[in-house]
Design a protein around this ligand. Structure first.
Ligand SMILES: [Zn+2]
Length: 138
């Protein structure tokens, strides 16, 4: 469990725990969601089906609401003691922090999504399976 959490937060392959889920620096706009098709170490496919990462948007939404809400609440409570005049300032600070961590939170939401659906036996496909896009006509 702890190892799984570590893999999720360090954006590692759910199978071998070594390969990186993403390529390039997170803060380069070209690289933010730049994922290889397979794990560079064990060849585990990172795209389990077409459009797999659309669902990660829901994870991302939950993450941002959770992180943003926590930051806002903590600052408003601990720094300003629930001063109603500081609501807007708190909202700006929260937005700023969310923008700063956006590349990481986006990658993290994909990592959580992949780890949610990863099953040791079921998700290791052969090379030919991963090339199949689901559009083949019989
Ligand atoms: Zn791997």
């Amino acid at each position: 469990m702890l190892k799984k959490l570590k893999n999720i937060f360090f954006l590692k392959c759910p199978r071998c725990h070594e390969g990186d889920l993403f390529e390039g620096a997170a803060y380069n706009p070209k690289n933010i969601i730049n994922m290889p098709q397979h794990c560079p170490k064990c060849r585990q496919p990172f795209f389990l089906e077409p459009g797999f990462y659309y669902g990660a948007m829901y994870v991302s939404y939950g993450l941002n609401v959770g992180i943003g809400g926590s930051i806002f609440f903590l600052i408003w409570w601990l720094v300003w003691g629930f001063d109603i005049d500081k609501l807007v300032t708190g909202a700006f600070i929260m937005t700023g922090v969310l923008l700063l961590i956006f590349p990481y939170s986006l990658r993290l939401s994909r990592s959580i999504w992949l780890h949610l659906f990863y099953k040791d036996e079921l998700t290791f496909y052969s090379e030919s399976d991963t090339i199949n896009t689901g559009n083949n006509k019989e």
